[in-house]
Design a protein. Structure first.
Lengths: 145, 217
């Protein structure tokens, strides 16, 4: 009787962690744009489109715990991860800048912050999306059992 | 239990955000206050057009763009403020022509300055702005039909506006705007202190604070 309860609880905890991460990232990105007034570039907006809904969808899946939340949130997280990955490549110069789609308006390769000498905004996004994708994948495997 | 955890997390996230925001804004205000004392020329250049008494102790610096709608909408309010505190405020205009092609209008303004019609021209520009500065269909040429209202010699304007010194002046202003982290227009500084949240009430509040600090009763 206690065993299934515990798996349920750790599944819930994984989902909760995902939500916490998505919420933290959302507030972080709002902080950059609204408080520090860095204008988000096109690629940043695509990542935000994938990130912001996660806060709502994941929270909805928490109460009561609904395992099908993975089905709806994982595609968003993966799409966000792909954009963040592309953005990071662009930013670090692995993809040449001339190939980037956003030449007008805000540049996608302009460096705004550099934490600890290596951590840039696209890397923060990639890091956060990677963790969310990993956690959701783990959750997917656990609930499939 | 889960609801509590969720609620507490929401609360902590929001409090952290608000705290970080006010900390950051405080740091920025400190930084610009420091810059104002150390490096006043970033705020006011010799070429900057000014309005108001030279003995004024409160300097209102506005980074503006002739094609910016909010700048136009704010202009009567700024004038009202100058009138409300006579002789105590000096308005300094700096250029931040962020709109596509807005340099063109700055050039006209600067050429008008040579005829001593700067403020009249700015007024005419702001008032006629909707006809030439629409975002989806900017028609800079249309401004010429309004300029005679400012009492300008248009032939001279056309000649003077190609002066390369104006291009240099715009570059300097844009460099200063960047140094002061002005990314939107209008960008206001009152005695070096940035307007933290945008709005006419907030600007008036900031001006009042500086006036009472500079003119103790």
């Amino acid at each position: 009787m206690t065993q299934p309860d515990r798996t349920f609880d750790s599944n819930w905890a994984i989902l909760f962690l995902c939500w916490l991460l998505a919420s933290g990232s959302t507030l972080g990105s709002v902080f950059f744009s609204h408080i520090m007034e860095f204008a988000p570039c096109v690629l940043c907006w695509y990542q935000r489109i994938c990130l912001f809904p996660l806060v709502i969808i994941l929270a909805a899946g928490l109460f009561p715990f609904d395992k099908s939340v993975v089905k709806y949130s994982l595609p968003l997280a993966i799409a966000g991860w792909l954009t963040a990955f592309y953005h990071t490549l662009l930013y670090s110069g692995i993809i040449p800048e001339s190939l980037q789609p956003c030449t007008q308006g805000v540049s996608c390769t302009e460096e705004y912050i550099n934490l600890f000498g290596f951590l840039t905004i696209p890397m923060l996004s990639l890091l956060s999306f990677s963790t969310v994708v990993a956690l959701l994948t783990i959750l997917k495997m656990r609930v499939a059992k | 239990m889960k609801y509590v955890l969720f609620g507490v997390s929401c609360f902590v996230l929001i409090v952290a955000f608000v705290f970080a925001a006010s900390y950051y804004k405080g740091r920025q205000a400190e930084k610009y206050g420091f810059m104002a004392q150390e490096n006043a020329s970033t705020f006011i250049r010799d070429h900057s057009p000014t309005l108001g008494s030279d003995s004024a102790r409160v300097y209102l610096v506005e980074f503006m763009d002739p094609a910016c709608e909010t700048c136009a909408a704010f202009s009567p309010f700024v004038k009202q403020m100058l009138g409300a505190f006579p002789g105590q405020i000096k308005l300094v205009l700096r250029y931040a022509p962020f709109h596509q092609g807005a340099d063109y209008f700055v050039k006209i303004l600067e050429a008008a300055r040579k005829q001593g019609k700067y403020w009249e021209t700015l007024d005419v520009m702001y008032k006629s702005q909707p006809s030439w500065a629409s975002h989806h269909n900017p028609q800079p040429e249309k401004i010429w039909q309004f300029l005679p209202a400012a009492g300008l010699d248009l032939e001279r304007i056309r000649k003077d506006m190609s002066d390369p010194a104006i291009v240099k002046l715009i570059e300097q202003d844009l460099a200063d705007a960047k140094a002061l982290a002005v990314r939107k227009t209008p960008g206001f500084f009152v005695n070096g202190k940035p307007l933290q949240t945008f709005g006419s009430e907030q600007l008036l509040q900031l001006v009042r604070t500086e006036i009472s600090a500079s003119y103790p009763k």
